[in-house]
Write a protein that binds this ligand. Structure first.
Ligand SMILES: C[S@@+](CC[C@H](N)C(=O)[O-])C[C@H]1O[C@@H](n2cnc3c(N)ncnc32)[C@H](O)[C@@H]1O
Length: 914
């Protein structure tokens, strides 16, 4: 069940008369338990509750919840009993819940969060129990039950209306539908917050004035909307019904234009009244917007937008971008009225611009945080009565989806009202609220095609730029002057990430349009890189700073050398950065995207590098988000140092026809279907790590005729031919390589090979390098050094090399993704003397001997970080010691120092290699 369905089931349950004997089962059912599970719990001994008595009925579901229904007035004691119950602990229940049908008490035993409310209100807390349905999420979502419930109900209304007004779902009319929903949300909020005269004015008017069969509700709503679009002084000529006349003039663009309303069914009418009955004062514009925008998205709807961006993550961008600085200035101002006034003036001229703003969450948080600082200034200056000087229209955005753009505007309006209520009082907030400002400061459109200078123009700089100056994109949107004469501009957001292989044709063209005039290559750039480039171009004309959440792939591997040299050449530097972290809100979504944050601006002396919420002050931040220079690591076809040539393993492209398991090969040889002569042992990454062998057909050209005498070989060779010729990959389909051979043979060993798996876990302390017999064919899942001097093994197994690979090669989430051209060939090794090589060879042998001592333990066993044998660890330590002394005459203190040295050496070596 998804959250929408759960919300509905739980609301239905709360509305039914309380049935003590059935409540625990109905509650479990509402959270998605199947009928058979409930049946088993009811009838068999599966219910192990130990709190049952004459007055208590308990139901215990293992690993989930212990529920008890009790006599009226005994809820608190019963919850205590559930908490103390041995069965609760034994069955590892996550929640306890007690109710008498009047009160409702519950506790999350893992987090200690509790709920105590009247029974009919328990659906307001259903977020706490989402884990019962396998939806585990962050505290902030659990606490936002209002937003989940409102979204869930609007969801149902939206779907019902679209079902009966299919034309409103078409591309031409979706905008009208979305606009209609935005109007409804505004009305629900206004009727609960005294913006409309009288409580529940909107919902009550519709309930009273529309027919129960819903036949005229669209007309009633249209009339109300028409009134809200007509100034009070113009009402007389408008022939308004008295019930519509009670609504204030709102407009601000929200109620202008057509007042047409979709046709309602009886069900839709009831859904609308249901939504209206929620307490909309509880709306949280930080979250609500992100959730509600999912309503208009066919794919997102069921998930209720719960993977919205959390406030702490948004602050990771906004704090270092400018909020920390404002707070520091506030702190420094103390009670000095003049300094406080200066800060207030400064804030009144700050523009925040999010060019992929979705429902405006970055803007809303920025606005709220600034209002908090302003309120503190006013408090210290004894001017609490003053209206805010921070103009809402200084919070600008671009958003592709028009519903999200509408919601962003609404969320900001609501945030402004809520801040006014808190900081200057309800009466003053109401006075300032209506009519709404008609300026449109959130633009709906494609941020990579629009001219940011037009949307966020550099007023006060004395320069008037037209859109064509920058990106040749004539625009027709209104240009509003900012109230930021001489002010500051901060650009922020989390634009869409989209790797190059996931981009649509249009998105590829968006990137090309920006990148072609300025970069040599761009095809492998993530879509988000487009926002970095637009930001850099904007900074050429405006003194601003920007910070985006992005995929970490733009700061590693192939993309770093494409993107960053241009950024730096334009005079832009990384001012602050946040190294990789998980973006997800949902604990169940651990596989979610790994992101970084980069903050850019013009030169400054100090840079801040955040890692795991710790901040280091450094001189420069490299494109790999390490302390260091601007140097980028470029692929090299040959090693820049003395290390041996490393090749990719061999790619069969055989549809599995040339590869066999051990038993298969044994059987084939036994039955004489195959001769040993044409078989070689074969290993890929998994075989190297787990010491397993597979086998492959390996037929030298000169022995082909002889090999084809075996019908089995003939059959397999034909199957390879067939597979390759019907492949969807053009290179495979068109290959000239004969089908008895692997499609790409990069190399084989004569005596031995050193293998490194292409992708390996981040959890090991060293890269899992293996020394293998020369007869073994290595697959393309590995990289290989064939017959290379053993000191190369020492280099590849070192901490220095692992740190280098982890930084300059792309990562698969956090795991290492090895590359010979990007990681091995670029690995800067100082000139090694013969003595150095001998020492390193001995270290390599020691590591191999330490492994031997644990035969038949595999690399997976030996390098399990919790169980790595001490003897092996010491051998690695020695290897690192010997190698690091060659670099700097002592051990490095930490990885930061390692990287600094490596980048320094790389810069020197790359220069002299030119
Ligand atoms: C990752 S979301 C972030 C939105 C919001 N900050 C949040 O956390 O929910 C990216 C937003 O960019 C919008 N978007 C995608 N492509 C765009 C484009 N070319 N121009 C403007 N917005 C775009 C999407 O519709 C989406 O709302």
């Amino acid at each position: 069940m998804n959250a929408v369905e759960i919300e509905q089931a739980i609301s239905d349950l709360a509305e039914q008369p309380f049935d003590a004997a059935n409540f625990p089962y109905a509650f479990l059912e509402a959270f998605g338990n199947k009928e058979t599970t409930i049946k088993r719990l009811r009838s068999s001994g599966e219910n192990k509750s130990d709190v049952g008595s004459d007055s208590i009925f308990g139901v215990l579901q293992r690993n989930n919840i212990h529920i008890a229904v009790c006599n009226v007035g005994e809820t608190i004691i019963t919850l205590d009993k559930l908490r103390a119950s041995p069965a609760t602990e034994k069955a590892k229940a996550k929640f306890i819940l007690a109710t008498d049908g009047v009160d409702f008490e519950a506790e999350d035993l893992t987090t200690g969060e509790t709920v105590a409310c009247a029974y009919p209100d328990f659906p307001n807390h259903f977020g706490l129990f989402l884990a019962l349905a396998g939806i585990s999420t962050v505290k902030q979502i659990r606490e936002s039950t209002f937003d989940i419930r409102a979204t869930s109900r609007l969801n149902r209304l939206y779907v019902e209306l679209l079902t009966h007004n299919p034309d409103w779902g078409t591309a031409e009319r979706r905008h009208d539908m979305n606009h209609f929903m935005a109007r409804l949300i505004f009305c629900f909020f206004s009727e609960d917050t005294d913006i409309f005269n009288g409580n529940d004015l909107f919902t009550a008017t519709i309930e009273q004035m529309s027919a129960k069969d819903a036949s005229d509700i669209d007309w009633v709503i249209s009339e109300i909307f028409r009134a809200m679009n007509t100034k009070i002084e113009d009402r007389a000529s408008g022939n308004f019904r008295s019930w519509a006349n009670g609504f204030p003039y709102v407009n601000g663009g929200l109620f202008s234009g057509s007042t047409e309303t979709p046709k309602f069914t009886k069900i839709a009418r009831s859904y609308l009244l249901h939504v209206g009955k929620l307490d909309w004062t509880k709306i949280n514009p930080d979250i609500f917007g992100s959730m509600i925008q999912a309503v208009a998205d066919d794919e997102e709807r069921g998930a209720l937008g719960m993977h919205y961006t959390s406030v702490p993550n948004i602050l990771k961008v906004l704090n270092p971008l400018f909020l920390d600085d404002l707070r520091a200035e506030l702190e420094a101002a103390g009670d000095n009225p003049r300094k406080l006034l200066n800060l207030r003036k400064r804030m009144a001229h700050i523009r925040v611009f999010d060019p992929a703003c979705g429902s405006g969450n970055f803007l809303v948080i920025a606005y709220k945080q600034m209002r908090e600082i302003e309120a503190e200034i006013n408090k210290r200056r004894g001017e609490l009565h003053l209206k805010s000087e921070i103009p809402l229209t200084n919070f600008r955005g671009i958003e592709l989806r028009d519903f999200s753009a509408e919601i962003a505007r609404l969320a900001l309006i609501i945030a402004e009202y809520q801040c006014d209520v808190v900081y200057i009082g309800q009466k003053e907030a109401l006075q300032a609220f209506l009519p709404l400002d008609s300026q449109n400061w959130i633009t709906s459109g494609n941020a990579l095609r629009l001219d940011w200078l037009t949307i966020c123009p550099p007023t006060g700089t004395g320069v008037k730029l037209v859109s064509d100056d920058l990106f040749n994109t004539p625009l027709d949107q209104a240009e509003i002057d900012f109230e930021n004469e001489g002010g500051e501009t901060y650009i922020c957001g989390n634009p869409p990430y989209r790797g190059s292989s996931w981009q649509s044709k249009d998105q590829k063209e968006d990137i090309e349009d920006i990148a072609k005039p300025i970069l040599k290559s761009w095809k492998s750039l993530d879509y988000v890189a487009g926002w970095i480039l637009k930001g850099v171009l904007y900074l050429k004309h405006v003194d601003a700073n920007f910070s985006f959440v992005t995929t970490k792939t733009i700061c590693e591997g192939e993309q770093a050398p494409i993107l960053w040299p241009y950024v730096f050449k334009s005079g832009t530097q990384i001012q602050f950065a946040h190294t990789a972290f998980n973006w997800s809100n949902l604990a169940s979504n651990k596989a979610g995207v790994t992101v970084i944050i980069v903050g850019l601006g013009k030169a400054s002396t100090e840079k801040r590098l955040y890692s795991d919420d710790k901040c280091r002050i450094v001189k420069e931040i490299s494109p790999y988000l390490t302390p260091g220079s601007n140097v980028v690591i470029v692929k090299s076809m040959t090693p820049i140092g003395q290390q041996a040539k490393m090749l990719r393993g061999n790619m069969p492209s055989d549809g599995g026809n040339l590869i066999f398991s051990k038993t298969e090969i044994e059987d084939l040889i036994k039955s004489k279907e195959l001769s040993k002569e044409f078989v070689k042992p074969y290993m890929g990454a998994s075989e190297v790590i787990n010491s397993k062998l597979r086998y492959c057909l390996w037929i030298e050209d000169q022995k082909l005729e002889q090999a084809l005498k075996f019908p089995f070989i003939c059959e397999r060779v034909n199957a390879v031919k067939e597979m390759r010729s019907s492949s969807s990959a053009p290179t495979t389909r068109e290959t000239k390589v004969a089908p008895h051979r692997f499609m790409q043979i990069e190399g084989v060993a004569e005596r031995y090979s050193i293998a490194i798996p292409a992708i390996t876990s981040e959890n090991r302390d060293y890269l899992p390098t293996a020394l293998l017999d020369g007869s073994i064919i290595l697959s393309n899942k590995c990289y290989a050094l064939y017959d290379a001097p053993l000191w190369n093994f020492s280099l590849a197994s070192s901490k220095l090399h692992q740190v280098w690979i982890g930084t300059v090669c792309a990562r698969m989430r956090f795991d290492f993704s090895y590359s010979n051209t990007l990681g091995w060939n670029t690995f800067p090794v100082p000139k090694l003397t013969e003595k150095n090589k001998q020492d390193l060879t001995r270290c390599a042998e020691d590591i191999l001997l330490a492994r031997e001592a644990h035969f038949p333990a595999t690399i997976a066993d030996l390098y399990d970080p919790d169980n790595m044998p001490e003897y092996l660890r010491r051998a690695h330590d020695r290897n690192d010691e010997v190698l690091e002394r060659i670099y700097i005459g002592r051990r490095f203190k930490n990885d930061t120092e390692r990287l600094e040295k490596l980048f320094e050496l790389y810069t020197q070596m790359a220069k002299s290699a030119k």
